[in-house]
Design a protein around this ligand. Sequence first.
Ligand SMILES: *[C@@H]1O[C@H](CO)[C@@H](O)[C@H](O)[C@H]1NC(C)=O
Ligand SMILES: *[C@@H]1O[C@H](CO)[C@@H](O)[C@H](O)[C@H]1NC(C)=O
Ligand SMILES: *[C@@H]1O[C@H](CO)[C@@H](O)[C@H](O)[C@H]1NC(C)=O
Ligand SMILES: *[C@@H]1O[C@H](CO)[C@@H](O)[C@H](O)[C@H]1NC(C)=O
Ligand SMILES: *[C@@H]1O[C@H](CO)[C@@H](O)[C@H](O)[C@H]1NC(C)=O
Ligand SMILES: *[C@@H]1O[C@H](CO)[C@@H](O)[C@H](O)[C@H]1NC(C)=O
Ligand SMILES: *[C@@H]1O[C@H](CO)[C@@H](O)[C@H](O)[C@H]1NC(C)=O
Ligand SMILES: *[C@@H]1O[C@H](CO)[C@@H](O)[C@H](O)[C@H]1NC(C)=O
Ligand SMILES: *[C@@H]1O[C@H](CO)[C@@H](O)[C@H](O)[C@H]1NC(C)=O
Ligand SMILES: *[C@@H]1O[C@H](CO)[C@@H](O)[C@H](O)[C@H]1NC(C)=O
Ligand SMILES: CC(=O)N[C@H]1CO[C@H](CO)[C@@H](O)[C@@H]1O
Length: 517
Amino acid sequence: MKTSAALLVYLLGLLIPIVLAYENLALNKPTWQQYPFGTNWGADKAVDGRFTNLSAWGGQCVISAGDKSTGEWRVDLEAIRSVHHIFIQFVTENKPWDENNYSTDRFLGFSVYISNTTNKEDGVLCFRDTNYTRATIPNPVNITCPYNGRNVIYYNNRTHSPYPSGYSNYAYSDLCEVEVYGCPTPGIYGESCSIQCPQNCQEGRCHILNGTCLGCVSGYIGQICDKTCDDQMYGVNCSQKCGACVDNGACHHINGSCLKGCDKGYHGQKCDQECSEGFHGYNCEEKCSLTCEIPGRCDRIIGRCNGSCLAGWKGSMCNQECDDNKFGQGCAEACGNCANDEQCHHINGTCLNGCKLGYQGQQCKQEVELLYITNPDGNKCAAFYGVLVPFIFIVFCNIGCAIRLIRTRDVCNHRNQRKKTDASVPNATYDHVEINSRAEENSGYQDLGNSDYHELGNSDYHELGNSDYRELGNSDYRELGNSDNRELGNSDYLGLENSGYLELGEMSKPAVYEKLK
Ligand SMILES: *[C@@H]1O[C@H](CO)[C@@H](O)[C@H](O)[C@H]1NC(C)=O
Ligand SMILES: *[C@@H]1O[C@H](CO)[C@@H](O)[C@H](O)[C@H]1NC(C)=O
Ligand SMILES: *[C@@H]1O[C@H](CO)[C@@H](O)[C@H](O)[C@H]1NC(C)=O
Ligand SMILES: *[C@@H]1O[C@H](CO)[C@@H](O)[C@H](O)[C@H]1NC(C)=O
Ligand SMILES: *[C@@H]1O[C@H](CO)[C@@H](O)[C@H](O)[C@H]1NC(C)=O
Ligand SMILES: *[C@@H]1O[C@H](CO)[C@@H](O)[C@H](O)[C@H]1NC(C)=O
Ligand SMILES: *[C@@H]1O[C@H](CO)[C@@H](O)[C@H](O)[C@H]1NC(C)=O
Ligand SMILES: *[C@@H]1O[C@H](CO)[C@@H](O)[C@H](O)[C@H]1NC(C)=O
Ligand SMILES: *[C@@H]1O[C@H](CO)[C@@H](O)[C@H](O)[C@H]1NC(C)=O
Ligand SMILES: *[C@@H]1O[C@H](CO)[C@@H](O)[C@H](O)[C@H]1NC(C)=O
Ligand SMILES: CC(=O)N[C@H]1CO[C@H](CO)[C@@H](O)[C@@H]1O
């Protein structure tokens, strides 16, 4: 039986909504007054819940000290409460409340505040009397003041004389009772304190009468805080502007976070911080190029280097190597003659796979003084071969000639004469080829050229003419004389030296030369 009764009570409890009404939030709460008259008339008398004896001697009223220009009293509700109205009972000495009553002149000009601090100026003024007279001032008074707050303050002053007629000369706070009515817990409103404040009201607080929020939580706006912040705004009152979210996107309406990251040049949760030096791009994730003029120093948005690039690099971010056969500072220098027309090293211009035939040096800019002969099929080949082959023949012929000369002294001279008249042999051109060789100046070649060779030419030409030399003379050789000669003129003999020509010269010369001598 007991359990079913309990269950019934429980079910009834569910069915009957808990109805609260405004209650006196000030009852027995801490109080204070500016000028106490004595311990028997303390400030607390106004919140003791008693006001049946309205005489100063009845022990239920606050009495303040006399001859003061201000009188102030307050009650602390101990929390911010949603107040509806304030009831005040003045001292009457238990006499009828009329214009002759002893006390009426003391209350004229009074004010009431609700404040979150003990300073009335921080709060809202609920009421200030500017119009009552001794005849019209009510007692008790009932002031509607639907605000949320913690301290309810009664105040009066006699500071600015002359005072309106009927006013006392001093200010008092003789209050028999002050009752502050409102809802007992935050977050509810309505006459019966039974309706939940809207969800997004700031601190859950709302207007005690109509439920209008007294402010919204971060990210919401509207009278009942049912709307999120508009585009690009966030926070309390939607008053803060979003940072630089990527794609100009909206930030999180509450905390301002850019959920998809930051636009170029910004970082941080809210994308409100500019990239630190050395970084750029979305979320400042990219590092400035180390090949900027000042390495690692660039524009924080697109990464453009501040200034120019280090040698060998180009592009606004200085991240492209020089190309198009250019290298160096500003990619302004031209590569030399690299093998296969390859791009040289973009910084120092070095040809990484060697030089084109005829060039030398790190950058292949020095021309090798190389003798060219153009073959019938159009290919150039080093004159080294073109010279060497006939030269060998000439050497051998010369030896032969020398032998014959020993036998018949006249033969060679005779032939020589005959040869001199032979116009088909461009003797001069051949000379030219050799003379253009710088080697003439500092090697044995000159000797050879000026002496042996001529002698060779003068003597054994005939034999040469019948062999490879003729071919040379008739085709390639002529071409050499007519076309490539210029090239030969300023080419680099060094190549020949390196390739063994010198060796040939030095090895064969003494023997041949000696013999020739
Ligand atoms: C008020 O209190 C005083 C002092 O105790 C007493 O003399 C007086 O009769 C009381 N008046 C009323 C109306 O209760
Ligand atoms: C007291 O603070 C609450 C919450 O901060 C606010 O809603 C209320 O308006 C304030 N009251 C006064 C009187 O300033
Ligand atoms: C002041 O009092 C007069 C007469 O009692 C009244 O007519 C008038 O409306 C009042 N003014 C204000 C502002 O309360
Ligand atoms: C004071 O006013 C409120 C409404 O504003 C009312 O509910 C209450 O009964 C009044 N109290 C007195 C004593 O007149
Ligand atoms: C009370 O103080 C206010 C200024 O705070 C002043 O305007 C008013 O005249 C004063 N009243 C009296 C009666 O001194
Ligand atoms: C609720 O009351 C307050 C104060 O009177 C007012 O400012 C607000 O506009 C009212 N809200 C609604 C929705 O009526
Ligand atoms: C929000 O707006 C209210 C009313 O305009 C203002 O009183 C309050 O200070 C604002 N709060 C913030 C944090 O901006
Ligand atoms: C902001 O709120 C979003 C969604 O709740 C969350 O993902 C994000 O981490 C928050 N940012 C910060 C800085 O708290
Ligand atoms: C970029 O160079 C300019 C001009 O020299 C200078 O004023 C500016 O401060 C530099 N910016 C950075 C990020 O170094
Ligand atoms: C040029 O740079 C390349 C690559 O760093 C290097 O191998 C080469 O030795 C350099 N040349 C010179 C002349 O410093
Ligand atoms: C009408 C009336 O009784 N008025 C009284 C108001 O109070 C003063 C003194 O407090 C009395 O002298 C009046 O007679």
